[in-house]
Design a protein around this ligand. Structure first.
Ligand SMILES: C[S@@+](CC[C@H](N)C(=O)[O-])C[C@H]1O[C@@H](n2cnc3c(N)ncnc32)[C@H](O)[C@@H]1O
Length: 240
């Protein structure tokens, strides 16, 4: 991006994105940002990033447009039973625990495949017990897809044997505040710098019951300054 006003506008838009969701886009990622925003600019009839930055900053600067920016720039990739080793761990842990009631929170659930996977697992393990699977994400678009609960066939390939027939039309969800026995926070910390990670972990760990389990993505680990948590297995921690 050689044009100075356009480069400044790109920087401004990246800052607005950071204000909205805490993710700092590196200069390298800013090219991806522009590519993802181009269709939006066209549909608004805008000819430059500078016009778009002015729209975001203006009086109509619009919570709605900022939300749309978040929807466009977050990466919502997910699938059912992603990182199956963690579901195996959870199955064994919950079965060994004695008390079947579980309050699970999928933070950054994207389009919902993760919380629905957890719900199916819990229904399978404890068909007569009640449990809560809460799910949240900063992208309203992704959450809308999650609450529709309609997925293309290709996304269902990782489902354990029999789950498709048994559960697939029964997806339900509810949200409850309080502490959780299990929190999924997978494949989202990677988008944050050290300070962002620390802030998120502090808040998330606070919502974890003593002895509760925190699952990060398999490629993730708690940073050194993380709140006191005990490592149980690869990318899995228990609140001490
Ligand atoms: C790659 S997806 C991970 C989905 C799922 N946890 C998994 O592992 O399959 C990352 C998600 O983090 C969400 N996200 C990014 N920043 C966030 C924030 N500040 N608060 C909540 N969710 C956020 C994005 O919208 C995106 O849906």
């Amino acid at each position: 991006m050689s044009d100075a006003p356009e480069a400044r506008a790109a920087l401004r838009i990246a800052r607005i994105f950071e204000e909205e969701c805490g993710i700092r886009l590196s200069a390298h990622k800013r090219e991806m940002m522009v590519a993802r925003l181009n269709p939006r600019l066209r549909s608004l009839g805008l000819g430059s990033l500078a016009e778009y930055a002015a729209l975001l900053d203006g009086p109509r600067g619009s919570t709605d447009e900022r939300q749309l920016l978040v929807d466009k720039l977050t990466t919502n990739e997910t699938y059912f039973f992603r990182e199956p080793a963690q579901f195996t761990f959870l199955r064994e842990r919950l079965l060994g625990r004695g008390t079947p009631v579980a309050r699970v929170w999928c933070a950054a659930c994207a389009t919902g495949e993760e919380p629905y996977s957890v719900a199916m697992l819990l229904l399978d393990l404890f068909p007569r017990e009640s449990f809560t699977v809460a799910a949240s994400d900063i992208s309203e678009h992704a959450l809308g897809r999650a609450s529709e609960g309609i997925y293309p066939q290709a996304r269902l390939e990782q489902l354990p044997e029999g789950y498709l027939r048994r559960f697939f039309l029964e997806g339900t969800g509810s949200y409850a505040l309080g502490q959780f026995d299990v929190v999924f926070l997978r494949n989202v910390l990677i988008y944050f710098d050290a300070e962002g990670k620390h802030g998120i972990l502090e808040r998330v760990v606070d919502r974890l019951a003593p002895g509760g389990i925190l699952l990060l993505g398999l490629a993730e680990a708690l940073p050194p300054r993380a709140p006191a948590m005990v490592r149980v297995s690869r990318s899995i921690y228990a609140r001490s």
